[in-house]
Ligand binder design. Structure first.
Ligand code: AKG
Length: 341
């Protein structure tokens, strides 16, 4: 095992060497700014055209936004957070039953990102689950804590509804039919990463997760309500996205960048650590069907001026996903491997 689980309860006084980044690749936390105009969107708004316009602006400018009045109940969120904390607090021998460093295996409890590929490890443990269709996967989820399956099923169902609703708004915001994404992405899968970042002795020297873009279509992130850690790259500068207890953070994944022909951005983001508090984040990924053929939506380039053309070639999501997991997380944007000549 190249790296071991971090969620042992043991407090390190210095950072073990295998987590130390080279000087050229450190978070430089003092240079990170607060994002004053980070979009906050009330998704329950009945003014559809204004809502669609706000989504368009947010996706084109930031690739990220926060939603409030999202329809996922507070009880569902609180229970999810609490069961996730309970999970990572379980004894090591219970947790190790689920440990794997094989990125193709689910469910898996693992650490860092892809321990078999990377040279420097990341200060994170994570539990990765497939969540759709629930009936197909629930039997393989952890049986402990005892409420895990019930709580995560409920959370996943409510999140899926929100995700599909946002995809409709995104379709409309590109001037496409409301169900454009639904049709193209096929029977979408839903994955979950429950991320646990223990307090880190030297946050300046390492990452919880280094800069990456998400390979899927859309990500719905629940951040720890009190501990900061998420940062996004805008115009070459890192900005902190501080948590709001009533909001989810939404981001465009690589597949929506491709479908929008680059109009919307799958933006680099990362998670940093702190010395004081453990941080939890729960990412739900809406993933195209493996056989879905991803190509820039024709209406976005066909009727445009002569030279307009699809930036990306056609590919299946299965092809993309395989490529993504064969690389290091912080290499070039994975979509660059799918550019048209
Ligand atoms: O922990 C965070 O805020 C970011 C998580 C993330 O980017 C991921 O799970 O892909």
């Amino acid at each position: 095992m190249a790296a071991k689980l971090l969620s042992t309860g043991f407090r390190h006084s210095t950072l073990p060497e295998n987590y130390v980044r080279p000087l050229s690749d450190r978070p430089r936390l003092s240079q990170v700014s607060q994002l004053e105009d980070f979009p906050l969107i009330d998704i329950s708004s009945t003014d559809r055209s204004r809502l669609v316009q706000k989504i368009h602006q947010a996706c084109a400018r930031f690739g990220f936004f926060q939603v409030i009045n999202h329809g996922v109940s507070k009880a569902t969120i609180d229970e999810m957070v609490s069961v996730a904390h309970e999970f990572f607090g379980m004894p090591m021998d219970e947790k190790m039953k689920l440990y794997s460093d094989d990125p193709t295996k689910t469910p898996r409890l693992s650490t860092s990102f892809n321990v078999k590929e990377e040279e420097v490890n990341n200060w994170r443990d994570y539990l990765r689950l497939h969540c759709y269709p629930i009936d197909k996967y629930v039997h393989e989820w952890p049986s402990n804590p005892p409420s895990f399956k019930e709580v995560v099923s409920k959370y996943s169902r409510e999140i899926r509804e929100l995700g599909l609703k946002i995809e409709e708004l995104i379709s409309e915001s590109l001037g496409l039919e409301k169900d454009y994404m639904k049709k193209v992405l096929g029977e979408q899968g839903q994955h979950m990463a429950v991320n646990y970042y223990p307090p880190c002795p030297e946050p300046e020297l390492t990452y919880g997760l280094p800069a990456h873009t998400d390979p899927n279509a859309l990500t719905i992130l629940l951040q720890d309500a009190t501990v900061c850690g998420l940062q996004i790259l805008i115009d070459g500068h890192w900005f902190a996205v501080n948590p709001r207890p009533d909001a989810f953070v939404i981001n465009i994944g690589d597949q929506l960048q491709a479908l929008s022909n680059g109009v919307y951005k799958s933006v680099w983001h990362r998670a940093v650590t702190n010395t004081e508090n453990p941080r939890l984040s729960i990412a739900s990924f809406m993933c195209p069907d493996n056989g879905a053929v991803i190509s820039p939506a024709k209406p976005l380039w066909e009727a445009k001026e002569e030279e307009a053309k699809p930036i990306y070639r056609d590919y299946t999501y299965a092809e993309y996903y395989k490529k993504f997991w064969s690389r290091n997380l912080d290499q070039e944007h994975c979509l660059e491997n799918f550019l048209n000549d």
